[in-house]
Design a protein around this ligand. Structure first.
Ligand SMILES: [Zn+2]
Length: 388
């Protein structure tokens, strides 16, 4: 018995000795860390940030810079009164881009960026020197401030005689587009125009937008190939109800109206997305009891019409006859459309336009090239040929 007790006592003594030794080692390590400052060690100090650039759009600034050595992330400083304030922190050594929304274009902002190094063990950072200051200046004269959104309807073969100004010969359209291309004009896609309207994209002063109302099949058969060949952008506003069926083959002698079907819309969206297909409502282009539905329909009726069009993936809308009420605008907005276009009074579109009643300019198929040039070059917006 006494021998067993003595062995136990010895074991306990040994265990205590081991615990004591471990504690001693821990204390020594902590002392070592303290003495050499490891616990309080900051991250590595990054190099000064270089190559900072500030590109100003109407309502947005984009900052870019070169990656700095030893940086784990960056701090962004901004000021418009000489006192830089830290406005953002970005993690990631290679993330050298920062976008500032809600920018007021007529104020001059100055920016600086610094890198910070990060110590994973201590979670401490070390900030590098601030970069040189850059000033973001928006130059309105360098970019389009008003854009002609051109409105067309039916496209017909060149040899067809027609009296309505709403029709245009494919050869006249081609002549206009070729002139624009030869003279350095950019035709905008709907998305580009929308980004421009929002102040997030700048486009050349020589820019315009092509739109065709009603979705006549000549726009697909005759106009679309021209846009594709010349690498230009355009948009057809289709009446949903008419796009349900397949698109008929083009028949130049056919008197009856035919429309673009969803089959070619789907195909073209993949084949040539620069030409887009959007909404001219589902079924609000026929008068009901002698009235234009856009002016007489209730909010629920319009919402229902928009719902019927949802399957076609339209994101922009042109009001039939250009007619709209406040109810119509609200329903179109609530249905998720990005913007909507009016039709008359014929004015250039600006960023001050109502987002749900953007101005367009009617182009007559009988208009001469000189009138067309005056319109697209910004000289004559009020071209009203007096025919609707
Ligand atoms: Zn129409």
């Amino acid at each position: 018995m006494s021998q067993a007790r003595s062995i136990n006592r010895q074991k306990r003594k040994q265990r205590r000795r081991i615990i004591g030794l471990v504690l001693c080692i821990i204390v020594c390590v902590l002392l070592f860390l303290l003495i050499f400052g490891v616990i309080r060690k900051d991250g590595p100090k990054p190099d000064q940030v270089t190559g900072l650039k500030a590109d100003a759009c109407y309502a947005q600034i984009e900052l870019t810079w070169e990656p700095a050595k030893n940086a784990s992330g960056y701090y962004i400083y901004a000021s418009d009164d000489g006192h830089p304030q830290k406005v953002a922190e970005i993690s990631g050594a290679e993330n050298c881009k920062y976008t500032i929304d809600e920018y007021t274009y007529d104020r001059e902002y100055q920016f600086q960026v610094s890198g910070y190094g990060y110590n994973r063990l201590t979670h401490r950072t070390n900030e590098g020197e601030l970069s040189d200051k850059v000033t973001a200046i928006y130059e309105p004269d360098q970019h389009a401030q008003k854009i002609p959104v051109l409105a067309y309807h039916k496209v017909v073969p060149a040899d067809e005689t027609f009296s309505s100004s709403l029709l245009i010969a494919d050869s006249t359209l081609e002549q206009q587009l070729t002139w624009l291309k030869d003279n350095g004009y950019k035709t905008l896609t709907m998305d580009e125009f929308y980004q421009w309207y929002k102040g997030k994209l700048e486009v050349p002063v020589k820019s315009c937008v092509y739109t065709f109302d009603d979705g006549f099949y000549g726009v697909y058969h005759l106009a679309y190939p021209i846009f594709k060949r010349l690498d230009m952008a355009g948009t057809a506003f289709c009446i949903g109800k008419n796009t349900e069926g397949p698109t008929a083959a083009f028949d130049p002698n056919e008197e009856k109206d035919h429309y673009i079907g969803y089959d070619v819309i789907e195909k073209s969206r993949k084949e040539y997305p620069k030409f887009s297909f959007e909404s001219h409502t589902y079924d609000m282009h026929n008068r009901v009891n002698g009235k234009k539905p856009a002016l007489s329909f209730s909010y629920d009726q319009i919402m229902k019409d928009c719902e019927a069009n949802a399957k076609f993936g339209f994101r922009y809308l042109a009001y039939p006859w250009g007619a709209y009420s406040e109810t119509m605008q609200k329903a179109v907005k609530d249905s998720g459309y990005r913007m909507a276009f009016s039709y008359g009074p014929y004015k250039y579109a600006t960023r001050d336009d109502n987002q749900f009643a953007v101005n367009r300019i009617k182009i007559s198929g009988k208009m001469g090239m000189d009138s067309f040039i005056r319109i697209v070059s910004g000289e004559d917006e009020a071209y009203d040929i007096g025919v609707d």
